[in-house]
Design a protein around this ligand. Structure first.
Ligand SMILES: [Zn+2]
Length: 202
């Protein structure tokens, strides 16, 4: 079961996956708010894994607070660890010490659910998306309404275009993006619109 915590602020969306291994995708930047919501859903000690779609602070600032309260392991793509970006819009990127360093292509086994890691550089060099059976967690690579991630914060336009081409080859029914609304209808068309926009940005 996927429980979305959709953010209405600069902080990213956070997705709780209540699989056998309870997993969070991104943690946002509002730790108190997140911990409160999580406690309504799970025992914090049961949180098993935190997957970060990339290292930007709007997705990761709450991490140190969460690690104080849980024993969750942290997974992130290797290219995020070598990024020279230290802060974004005045917010520092927290120190991330991953337990699991991803290369892309892995299948993360969450017990009764699994997620395939897709390396989707462009917004940042180590951005990832996560996919399983029509469900796509798209980080800051694509958003609703055919929008795409910005590339002026350490990213690359050409990489973003090839990453969206990769996503366009998947069978997708629902997209859970890093910001904004979930794409629950016409996901295919919306991904094609994102692809067009990325092409226009070249
Ligand atoms: Zn970002």
């Amino acid at each position: 079961m996927i429980i979305p915590f959709i953010s209405s602020s600069f902080s990213s969306n956070v997705y709780l996956i209540k699989a056998k291994k309870i997993t969070l995708i991104d943690v946002g930047m509002e730790p108190e708010n997140l911990l409160k919501k999580l406690k309504e859903e799970i025992n914090l000690e049961d949180l098993n894994l935190i997957i970060l779609t990339h290292s930007h602070p709007d997705h990761t600032l709450a991490l140190p607070f969460l690690l104080k309260e849980t024993r969750a392991k942290v997974a992130i793509h290797k290219d995020e660890l070598t990024s020279k970006t230290k802060s974004i819009m005045g917010f520092p990127i927290p120190e991330i010490k991953p337990d699991l360093i991803l290369n892309g292509g892995e299948k993360l086994n969450l017990g009764d659910f699994s997620l395939k890691v897709i390396h989707t550089p462009g917004h940042t060099s180590g951005s990832i998306c996560l996919y399983q059976d029509g469900i796509l967690f798209s980080g800051d690579t694509i958003f609703a309404c055919g929008n795409i991630g910005r590339t002026d914060l350490g990213g690359d336009n050409k990489d973003l275009l090839s990453s969206i081409k990769k996503l366009n080859q998947l069978e997708v029914e629902t997209v859970y993006p890093g910001h904004g609304e979930i794409i629950a209808k016409n996901a295919r068309e919306e991904i094609v619109s994102s692809l067009r926009l990325a092409e226009d940005c070249q």
